[in-house]
Design a protein around this ligand. Structure first.
Ligand code: HSE
Length: 338
């Protein structure tokens, strides 16, 4: 029985719980995976704890109705809950802060201090403190798993670390932000930038502060994570050159169309003689190029490898269910002991 604590119960936490509810029987039957959500904390809903397991339906109902959690209420803040609860795994699903990484980094430290695994889609700890997080996890013999930080549930990091483990990844290049790809797609269809951004927020793609998406900071965090996790390069986020999509006007979209091309926000990491080069900027991609066909909130990444040549993965890059799934995939990885 895997005991789970949820830190943050917004889009991702609710998406995860909906999947866990819907698939409880199938996960048990297929993989012998059984779980209990023993603790949950959220700034709006307070903290709930039951060492035997909380009712997931009641957690979801509280979120739907905008009410505090109704069971096992505790007067605990998040770090206290993380330390005091009997979870095996802490799912850190609070908001991303790419300036400080907090409060998520503190949540991860509290989990590692008390020998708990961390699974997170929060880019703060992974982009700003990956080495420290890995070292703390290794010292305690637990895992720090972050599939959801890049391409949401599309298994980009796990693909590179698992099936591609025997290859050297020489470069990774792709469309790593769903919101901006969605906006560029909608602008091409005639929607205004403002309406497309509002729709991306409504669909749950955008960050709480969408400036991070449109100015490229979200993609920059992902590029930093790829450099650190998949290339072992100690790249700091501020080392990644970054330009977003805010200068792409309808006139620029038309110009690309006339040139049989399409604007895409590209993030890339390449090995060089002395280390790695990493950047994020918009490119006019010729329509014949595979990345030009990636539309909406879909993401894509191509790994240039030594043994296989190019390997490309395409899939959702954002969304409630998609990111909820990214957490499930890492929970199952812990269950498998992989
Ligand atoms: N805001 C992010 C995006 C969410 O649009 O890609 C997933 O990291």
């Amino acid at each position: 029985m895997q005991r789970i604590a949820l830190v943050g119960f917004g889009t991702v936490g609710q998406g995860l719980c909906e999947i866990l509810q819907a698939k409880r029987g199938a996960l048990r039957a297929r993989y012998g995976y059984e779980f209990a959500v023993v603790a949950a904390t959220d700034l709006q809903r307070g903290t709930a704890f039951d060492p035997e397991g909380l009712e997931i339906d009641a957690l979801l109902a509280a979120a739907r109705d905008g009410q505090p959690f109704s069971q096992g209420q505790r007067d605990w803040d998040a770090p206290t809950m993380i330390r005091e609860c009997n979870a095996d795994v802490v799912c850190e699903l609070a908001f991303t802060d790419l300036q400080t990484g907090e409060p998520a980094i503190g949540h991860c430290r509290a989990a590692f201090d008390t020998d708990k695994h961390v699974v997170t889609s929060n880019k703060g700890p992974a982009a700003l403190a990956y080495r420290e997080m890995r070292a703390l996890a290794e010292r305690q013999g637990v895992q720090f798993l972050i599939e959801g930080t890049v391409m949401s549930g599309t298994p980009m990091l796990n693909l590179a670390q698992g099936p591609l483990a025997g290859c050297t990844i020489q470069a990774a290049r792709g469309i790593l932000n769903g919101t901006t790809n969605y906006i560029l797609t909608q602008m091409e269809l005639g929607m205004s930038y403002e309406d497309a951004l509002a729709k991306a927020q409504e669909l749950g793609y955008a960050e709480a502060d969408p400036t991070g998406d449109v100015e490229g900071h979200d993609a920059r965090a992902k590029v930093t994570i790829i450099a650190n996790v998949l290339m072992g390069a100690p790249v700091a986020i501020q080392d990644v050159d970054c330009e977003g999509i805010t200068n792409i006007t309808p006139a620029e979209i038309e110009k690309a169309r006339a040139e049989k091309a399409r604007w895409k926000l590209i993030g890339a990491v390449e090995r060089t003689e002395g280390g790695v080069n990493a950047w994020v900027h918009p490119e006019m991609v010729p329509l014949a190029h595979p990345l030009a066909g990636i539309m909406g909130a879909t993401n894509a990444a191509t790994f240039a490898t030594d043994l296989l040549g190019d390997v490309t993965i395409v899939g959702p890059g954002a969304g409630r269910q998609e990111t909820g799934f990214s957490i499930l995939t890492d929970l199952l990885r812990i269950h498998r002991g992989a």
